[in-house]
Design a protein around this ligand. Sequence first.
Ligand code: ADP
Length: 334
Amino acid sequence: MFRSATTKLTLVYLTIIMAISLFFSANLYQLSMRELNAGLERQATAYNAAPRLRDILHDLGVGDEVEQQLNLGRRRVIANLVYINVIILGLGTAISYIMARRSLRPIEDTMERQNRFTADASHELRTPLTAMQSEIEVALRDPKLSKAEARELLESNLEEVQRLEGLSSALLKLARNGEALELKPVGLEEVINKATERLAKAAKQQRVKLKVDTKPLRVQADRDSLAEVLVILLDNAIKYSPAGKIVEIRVYAQGKQAVITVKDDGPGIAAQDLPYIFERFYRADTSRSRTEAEGHGLGLSIAQKIMEQHHGTIAVDSTVNTGSTFTLKLPLGA
Ligand code: ADP
């Protein structure tokens, strides 16, 4: 599809270049011919004004030579213009192709990302559906299905439905993140309390301790969205940390910015995965994140988008077997 678009755009650019070149060539030709004709006329006037001189020159064969010279000049102008236009055609084709590729590349990249996203989303949606379908089919084929087995099946299906529910709400958040947020002065303590409250139960279940060291700073933010970023970071820190570990949240001011760090002593992230963890659907390929910890690889990309909407940044510093620190920075508010 993009090959034919490149060819079409190349032709459009080339047509424009050649139209300009031919326009100037035609003008140049006319100008040169006018000059040549003017020369010819001057010669003719001289002949007519001095008939004797013309006869003498004619006898000497000079008049023919002048005409021959003029014809030669005309042919040379045409040859030069053809030569220049052929060069412009060659160079123009190359330049048009490069310009067409450049113009189309961003569109091509966006479409590729879109296709990858659709494929990943479909895959994530299909996995729980396939699991549910095969469980239900097996159960239906069993004429002696006990009540306990049926209950087990329903529980397992409920888990898959919850997974699907989580995925669809994450996809909705990603879609909604294109909208502009209304930023207002918000107290960071309030935002952090909101996030830690939401994760207190999960931390207890994982036997992970949440330690908060906050300051009464105010930022320009959308309270719920900023709390969502912290929930994503804390949720990851808790789910990837082994039992008994501590997850630390710190808040401090740095120049005109507020800094929030979420630090864990979990498994850390391998250097080769670090550049990709903010991409949609990316999950570091460790046995831990694949099997034990639930997720779709959308949390950090949602967090990054929300931080962009706050004119802030999100960064990570992580070492395998030591832990990870995620750092949020956003402008301090009034
Ligand atoms: P999810 O956690 O749902 O897989 P995220 O986008 O939140 O998706 O995270 C992407 C990946 O980054 C995770 O799959 C995991 O491999 C890695 N990751 C994120 N946070 C941490 C953390 N605190 N410790 C270790 N790995 C992490």
